[in-house]
Design a protein around this ligand. Sequence first.
Ligand code: ASP
Length: 470
Amino acid sequence: MKRILISKIKEKVSETVKIAGWVDVRRDHGKLIFIDLRDASGKVQIVAVPKNKEAREIADTVRPEWVIEVEGEVKKRPDNMVNPDLSLGDLEILVKNIVVLNESKTPPFEIGTDGYEVGEEIRLKYRYLDLRRERLRKNLQTRHNVVKFIRDYLSGCGFMEVETPILTKSTPEGARDFVVPSRLQKGKFYALPQSPQQYKQLLMAAGVEKYFQIAKAMRDEDTRGDRQPEFTQLDVEMSFAEQEDILNLAENLFTEMVHEIFPKKKITKIPWPRIDYDEAIKKYGTDSPDLRKDKNNPNELAFAWIINFPLFEEKKENGHFAPSHHMFTSPVKEDLKKLDTNPHDVRSYQYDISLNGLEISGGSIRIHNSDIQSKIFDLIGFGKEQKEYFNHMLTAFKYGIPPHGGIAAGVDRLVAILQNEPNIREVIAFPKTGDGRDLMMDAPSEINKEQLSELGIEIHPAGRNKKNKK
Ligand code: ASP
């Protein structure tokens, strides 16, 4: 007999089925032994009775998290025995046969709870057990649903998903790069992308026109709030687009996604409010204001656009300007002349999405003229050498790159808000600690002498982090 998913027993009442999964709970009621059996699709109660001696004996030995296979008859439970907390609580399986497929040690923590009460270090160390709990299963499933919706929606709008390299050159997004030493080009390093920014613009130069990617982005930042060294972005870029096109695309995508996947959620205002950066700062003291009407309501989603950012932030100590978004962001057409006279007053085509007081997305219309791009490099203080670093961009701009713009949204943060989770680690399968460690894999780890010598790298004794050394 072929194993079926537990959720499918609904269609098999009075028939004999074979199911398999993990022992959730075992209850010994003397003559009868009850086991709640769980698989990826659901949970059902199975009953071992004395008449079936052999199966009852095995049922007596099994313990939580053992993996077993059960053959038995699907029965309707009497009305007064229905368990309303289980989706299959009106059914049970009368056991004929049990096979133990694998035993399990006693798990280091409860799996049947929501897990908030368990220390996070131990949850992350045994993440594969932590992920067995229903709350995290649901988070992973919802994340999948969200990403699938995005992929389908954008594909339907004519966008194409293109993968861009992970081993690349530094992307100047303002954070520190993670670097990877090259064995074949000794002494040289790749950088892991802080975002696919330059590649997606070069895809516009390549004539792709409508690009998206569910992309990994990596930034070597110090522990600061709820961040991860690697995170996931929905990355989008579009040719011949003006700000209005990108705003409409992203607003419709997220609004429809909420309606379809989260029908219980209410968006505070549609169309989303659009607030000038200056006004947001003046009125709310932040560029990601929380516009919910009732902050205690877990089902309210207050999306807002923040627009009309200044191109540059306050002048840096060295007298140079720092881009407010990134250095590829286009100045507003009418303000172009001010780049020579008073750059500080230049506005940009930058836009952010704020959701319930958190910035979940940002983007801009880009510069597509190499002279303007070069001028921005000057203003942010790039010398000849630094400019050369971006030669590929300046050169590409000379081969007929179309006007273009895009946006990126943080998928982890978005899903965490939608799932009412307190932090993004709850919606990431294998997250790292605040100080960047993967407690399950024990990463980062030292590498052996041969690996180091192949790379031509020597670790200075003073460079070792004593605290994390075993
Ligand atoms: N690359 C930008 C970021 O990661 C987003 C964009 O401008 O599209 O913030």
